[in-house]
Design a protein around this ligand. Structure first.
Ligand code: CTP
Ligand code: MG
Length: 238
């Protein structure tokens, strides 16, 4: 296979409602650096990644350019684009910012800016899979037993734990495939989208491969995650 072109879309346009801090969680500090800094640094350093598109709130575009991109010299960040109401709107804005000439033979890594501990190994594993099978998502086998509840709050079912994965990011796709899938879903009413793989599964009927991430690759979502993050960051080098 010839040279591929890889774009990382890093999502940072969320409000952080579950964290409940005044400052949005992606800008909270771990060892004096904003959470968003860590994944940007990892993609910047990856030899597999050619460009980064950062998606932020419309109000934060200029501030991010100055205080994060320029301050840390993240030269691969080619564009900072404003996000949308839901995560998938932000993804769509990021996908549209990929230049048309880049679309053939190219791949896109969609990553949560609130997930600071993605590693070079995870990026490399996902890349290895996506060139083989066009679509893959990073995740880990669940450790707890998971139950499905019914409307009354009773246990309705206990799925076989060996088949259950918790899904992380990056979620990695052929650019053409994921753009087409998102184009279709953006025209559909009443959609429930919680991750990118769902969009490709539903709209394109392409099998999405599960790739091993890491239990450290957590998303900072609630205040206790921040405490865990403070511990992890002490050993994190990338
Ligand atoms: N995100 C985004 N645009 C949105 C919503 C989310 O870019 N409209 C990003 C977040 O910034 C985060 C990632 O998607 O990096 C995962 O979302 P989540 O953890 O749900 O973050 P928030 O939506 O900010 O948090 P909450 O759901 O608690 O409000
Ligand atoms: Mg959210």
């Amino acid at each position: 296979m010839g040279k591929t072109y890889c774009t990382a879309i890093v999502l940072a346009a969320g409000k952080g409602t579950r964290m409940g801090t005044r400052v949005q969680k992606q800008y909270l500090l771990l060892e004096e650096k904003p959470i968003l800094y860590y994944s940007l640094r990892t993609f910047q350093k990856s030899a597999l990644i050619d460009e980064i598109i950062l998606v932020t709130g419309a109000e934060e575009v200029e501030c991010c350019r100055k205080k994060i991109i320029n301050a840390y010299n993240f030269t691969k960040v080619k564009k900072i684009v404003p996000g949308g109401k839901e995560r998938y709107h932000s993804v769509w804005n990021g996908l549209q910012a990929i230049e048309e000439k880049r679309v053939p033979n190219s791949y896109v890594f969609i990553h949560d800016g609130a997930r600071p501990f993605v590693t070079q190994e995870i990026i490399a594993r996902a890349y290895g899979q996506v060139v083989e099978c066009r679509a893959c998502v990073v995740g880990m086998p669940v450790k707890d037993t998971i139950k499905i509840a019914d409307d009354a709050g009773n246990v309705a079912d206990t799925p076989d734990r060996k088949r259950l994965w918790m899904i992380q990011t990056p979620q990695v796709f052929e650019t053409e495939l994921v753009r087409r899938a998102y184009q279709k879903i953006m025209c559909t009413k009443d959609v429930q989208v919680t991750d990118d793989a769902m969009v490709v599964e539903k709209m394109e009927r392409v099998a999405v491969k599960l790739v091993q991430g890491a239990y450290e690759n957590i998303k900072i979502t609630t205040p206790e995650d921040l405490e865990i993050g403070k511990t992890f960051v002490q050993h994190f080098s990338n």
